[in-house]
Design a protein around this ligand. Sequence first.
Ligand SMILES: [Zn+2]
Length: 467
Amino acid sequence: MSGSNAIDLYCKLPIWIQNTACSLAGLKMRHERYNRTFHDTLEFLCQSQWWSLAEQQAYQDEQVTRVIQHAYLSVPYYRRVMDERDLKPSDIRSTSDLVKLPILTKDMVRELGAELLSTGVPSKQRVYGHTGGTTGKSLQLYSDKNTQPHQWAVWWRHRKRFGLSLDDEFIVFAGRNVIPLNRMEPPFWRRNIPMHQTYVSIHHMTKQNMSALIEYLQKRKVKYYSGYPSAVYLVAQYMMDNNIRLIHPPDVTVLGAETLLPHQRRAMENAFGGKITDQYGASEQCGNISDCEHGHYHVDMEFGHIEFLPLEGSTPNVQRIICTGFWNEAMPLIRYDIGDLATLPSKEVDCSCGRRSPVVEKIDGRIESYIITPDGRQAGRLDFIFKDSQHIEEAQFIQDEISTVKIKVVRAKGFSSIHEKELLADLRKYLGEVIQFEINYVSEIPRTANGKFRQIVSNVFKDQNQL
Ligand SMILES: [Zn+2]
């Protein structure tokens, strides 16, 4: 049965059978994610996070040597580029040697196709996946049976820092299609009992469904929430707007998959209390960065090597994230330009948590999430423009041509022409005089196919490698 047929069939089932189906899928998922490799890796990671920086770098050099050896011997693309450059595996034995290889862009991954697959991993052992395709173009990706347990071990090391365990009940707010899209009546959530998970569909988190969702949340006592920042923010904001306090607030809220914006964090702190924590990962499973208890993002050095490269035309601290993954033998990604940006601290951070792995100041998100002005300014993270505004619920910037930025605004109660003037004045101050603004008032801002919110959608910002 094809994937879409299976989804059609699932959608026609009664809710209790859908819940059973979710739990059965959960049993399989629990087995694939949380196997022996996962537990061994997690135990290792909980110790290695306290290593000195030199020890972590030595570990990375060992992994680079292993990955390069494997790629040279079994991946046609890497054999070709190394032969062309007259390189042997012995020439690349540390993270600093990686620069001898070219950067791998998303377009190259698309074009190379099977040339990036290892002949050493039989096709039936490959695990198929793909990126969400937030920019409209999805990537076909493969991993092997060890990739996912390693990725989950890194994610669970992060959760353990906040006192969470695999047996804790939690509610996740994210984009999986667990609820038929045409369903108008609650419940908009499904239980996956083996994984202690309740899945709330972000596709159904509309204004009219929010009171039913909050009523349900009031009945549940869970240890933590997880999900996309934009989805959890909707819950927090609704509670604040309606003066609702949870009877059993979660101890922790774990975020990921989208850039966490400061106003979202604040709303969650106010609405739920407890700890709010974030981590950065990607569908490509080749690099990860996680919050520590002291609120610093640390690079997860055991999972992959992250190189930070300057972004042309931007402030020096904003850097591109280039990843070399250690745990995917089926499709090794070496110096892969993941298309995300991070801001590095202006001076080295000696985090009081005691971990020595490098610290990133903040994750800026997709490279396409930048506005570029005719006079050459680049601006990402425009959320601060709304930080004090009580009158704007949500806003999205869309740039189809360099001369104009279109702004979709969902107005909150009390929005008036004064607030529009203030918004335009703030935009002018930040983006300059030579760009036009077009404001469109809308009742909601559509999410991407996988339910993600994008604050900036640029169709003019080109990949740096193509400039
Ligand atoms: Zn720290």
